[in-house]
Design a protein around this ligand. Structure first.
Ligand SMILES: Cc1cc2nc3c(=O)[nH]c(=O)nc-3n(C[C@H](O)[C@H](O)[C@H](O)COP(=O)(O)OP(=O)(O)OC[C@H]3O[C@@H](n4cnc5c(N)ncnc54)[C@H](O)[C@@H]3O)c2cc1C
Ligand SMILES: Cc1cc2nc3c(=O)[nH]c(=O)nc-3n(C[C@H](O)[C@H](O)[C@H](O)COP(=O)(O)O)c2cc1C
Ligand code: SF4
Length: 655
């Protein structure tokens, strides 16, 4: 057995969890206006129970309808909401999985635009989330009312048949987090002043909850081991708080990290950051209390999960995005089918970033995430001969789904390697994990019986020969090279794709100018500024020219935060508001945001990272030749892997 510890039971208070793998709270955004769980929610959680998770804690649910942190939050603030939670318990229990709810009061982070009500908090110190409103300091009586709200909500969870609850006290924000934080809590009554004062609110919540539901109902709590921000809570204080909470009757602690928003990169740690960053904190807290410790954060494979448990860092591992990417991961691990696990690459694009934009959570690789209610692809009654042109993520996913349904699929890629632009996407530092998109999909298409031909271009003649019923044009994009810029055809002008693809000497130049400041440009700068000149003495001089007022504006918030910090630390010269007028022999002439003309000299290469345009020529050439032609991915519209795979899966189901 590879996993000696992962698949052993563990007790949290009176509750026995069948294994050590939990789904932590993730707001997936499938709710409706009445704050009840929808069928879509239930299907999402049921899939994770069916896939083998031992414990599920649902996304945050509100304890008071007057405070909202998102468009459609779940709630347990009215008895009418109980039945939808009871249905969830009924859906999950047949798999032997325990289920609880995370209870949260957004407090000062409540969005006034959504409620029409001014948010309240420990003090009139403004919250730091995106849609901030000015909060009002609660009276002592109002604080006591929130304590009661928590107790009532836990009572409703118990009435619904949920096995446990988790109180959200993590990430240095919202109501409980703000009371605990000296940054937000400036109170002079018994709820502020000292550490004990800041902790009193939470201890009163636990006492009220225990009075409501008795000693036996499992109560867990989530907090950050370290908030990783100036003035934020550090490990020792968390250890102190942990002991007080356990003495007050908390049955289990989930250790997360970071604070919202300044250390959000530690709350949902993205690609390229340390794996299991909270494990050392979990271990240190485990040393001072005698209740089970759950550890969360970038524990993204069963082997790593086993390591965390086996080495005594935690008693359970919460694997959020890993289970979003593959709900069946626990079962596959238990059966030794490790190669079949759909990896989470930490891109944050389909899950947390989508939710922060007010969209439902999905996944770049798991195109069924959030769509479990639709069931798996259905076998076709009329198998067709399908030709997929292009082996990027769009072509790979379309081929996979069509083949799983029983179509006869051939995928043709003009290069010698599958993956398309993802091969370029994984080159920059901290991006290597994204290459797993190609590895996983390549294995899956092979398993599904797709015939793959590499090093061949799909042309109208090729199509005439093969005579497919359907052609899927997934031919991607071509980098933009605006002919209107004088000098753009110069010998020393190359594209970012050539540099990242390892086919341009610009990669070993000592001084370059990048035109563009989007994600590709910034990642390229991150890559080039890591290198030194031939003597090893000087870092490569990288200058970026961007028209917009900010760099990498389209990037995921926490990824951008880390990327920008690296570019600053590496001394990349970032010039915003710059309009390029001309490329000269050794540099670029541009106009500044206030209309001055400037010239950069000394560049050995000028690298274009000005975006790309759809490469859809094949589609027009096939008009009238084939019964069905579909264009997907970047060939239709330039976007990201998320959009490419989503469109591909949708087409695969429709063919
Ligand atoms: C440097 C860089 C970094 C990026 N980073 C990210 C990221 O972190 N996250 C993210 O979501 N997106 C990222 N992207 C964008 C993402 O890679 C693309 O949106 C995605 O790959 C589009 O998928 P696709 O399958 O539509 O096209 P492509 O990936 O471009 O694949 C198209 C394939 O079709 C082949 N082809 C073209 N014509 C033919 C033909 N006639 N016959 C046969 N084959 C043909 C091409 O060789 C290519 O392999 C990045 C892009 C770049 C350039
Ligand atoms: C889409 C999404 C929604 C989240 N919503 C919540 C939430 O409602 N409450 C919470 O405490 N944490 C939330 N988190 C944080 C996760 O619970 C978890 O701590 C984080 O994703 C890191 O763990 P992972 O690497 O296993 O995904 C969310 C994360 C994601 C990706
Ligand atoms: S969208 Fe990216 S980060 Fe989120 S679960 Fe999928 S692979 Fe992981």
């Amino acid at each position: 057995m590879i996993f000696e510890h992962l698949f052993t039971p563990v007790r949290i208070g009176t509750m026995t969890v069948k294994n050590r793998i939990g789904l932590p709270p993730m707001t997936v955004g499938y709710g409706t206006a009445d704050a009840t769980l929808t069928d879509r929610h239930r299907a999402y959680y049921e899939a994770r129970a069916m896939g083998g998770a031992g414990l599920i804690v649902t996304e945050a649910a509100a304890i008071n309808g007057n405070r909202k942190y998102g468009l459609f939050p779940l709630g347990l603030y009215e008895d009418a909401q109980i039945p939808s939670w009871a249905k969830l318990a009924d859906a999950v229990h047949p798999y032997g999985t325990k289920v609880g709810v995370q209870l949260m009061d957004p407090g000062p982070e409540s969005i006034q635009m959504l409620t029409g009500i001014q948010p309240v908090g420990p003090s009139a110190v403004v919250g730091r989330s995106h849609f901030r409103s000015l909060p009002r300091e609660m009276t002592t009586g109002e604080v006591e009312a929130v304590v009661e709200d928590f107790a009532e909500a836990v009572g409703r969870a118990q009435a619904a048949g949920l096995d446990c609850v988790q109180i959200h006290a993590a990430h240095g924000y919202a109501m409980v987090g703000s009371f605990l934080s000296p940054f937000f809590n400036k109170r002079t009554d018994r709820y502020g002043g000292s550490l004990e004062g800041r902790l009193r609110f939470l201890l009163e919540i636990i006492a009220a909850v225990r009075a409501k539901v008795g000693r036996d109902y499992p109560i867990m709590l989530r907090m950050s081991g370290d908030e990783h921000r100036t003035g934020g809570r550090t490990l020792q204080e968390t250890q102190f708080i942990a002991r007080a909470l356990v003495a007050a009757g908390v049955d289990g602690l989930e250790i997360s990290g970071g604070a919202i928003p300044t250390a959000f990169y530690a709350v949902v740690p993205p690609q390229g950051t340390e794996l299991a960053p909270n494990a050392p904190y979990a271990q240190a807290i485990r040393e001072v209390v005698d209740v089970p410790i759950l550890c969360v954060g970038r524990i993204n494979t069963p082997r790593l999960a086993e390591f965390v448990i086996a080495t005594g860092r935690a008693d359970l591992v919460s694997m959020g995005r890993a289970l979003n990417a593959d709900p069946e991961m626990p079962n596959k691990a238990a059966e030794g089918r490790l190669d079949e696990i759909r990896p989470c690459v930490g891109c944050n694009e389909g899950c947390i970033s989508a939710v922060m934009k007010g969209l439902p959570a999905g996944c770049i690789l798991n195109t069924e995430a959030g769509k479990e209610i639709d069931g798996p692809p259905v076998a076709t009654e009329r198998p067709k001969r399908v030709l997929v042109a292009g082996g990027g993520p769009a072509g790979l996913e379309a081929a996979r789904v069509a083949a799983v349904r029983g179509h006869d699929v051939t995928l043709v890629e003009r290069r010698e390697k599958l993956g398309g632009q993802v091969n370029l996407a994984s080159v920059a530092p901290f991006k290597q994990e994204i290459s797993q998109v190609v590895g996983y999909l390549s294995r899956e298409i092979e398993k599904a019986g797709v015939k793959v031909e590499l090093g061949k271009e799909v042309t109208p003649e090729f199509v005439d020969e093969l005579k497919p019923d359907v052609v899927v044009v997934a031919t991607g994009a071509t980098p933009l090279r605006p002919a209107s810029i004088p000098g753009i055809d110069g010998e020393k002008v190359v594209s970012a794709w050539e540099v990242l693809g390892g086919t341009s000497e610009a990669a070993i130049a000592n001084n370059v100018v990048i035109i563009g400041g989007g994600l590709v440009a910034c990642e390229l700068a991150d890559f080039l500024a890591d290198t030194h000149d031939n003597t090893g003495a000087m870092p490569t001089l990288v200058t970026m020219l961007e028209m917009q007022p900010l760099m990498a504006m389209q990037a995921v918030y926490e990824i951008r935060h880390l990327l920008m910090k690296r570019l600053h630390d590496k001394g990349v010269r970032m010039i915003n508001g710059a309009t390029v007028k001309e490329i000269v022999d050794d540099g670029v002439v541009y106009t500044t945001h206030d209309g001055r003309e400037e010239t950069i000299h000394g560049a050995e290469y000028v690298i274009l990272a000005m975006g790309s345009e759809p490469n859809d020529e094949l589609a027009s050439k096939l008009e009238g030749k084939v019964p069905e032609v579909h264009v997907i991915g970047d060939a239709k519209q330039i976007a990201r892997i998320l959009e490419a795979t989503a469109a591909a899966a949708e087409l695969g189901r429709r063919i």
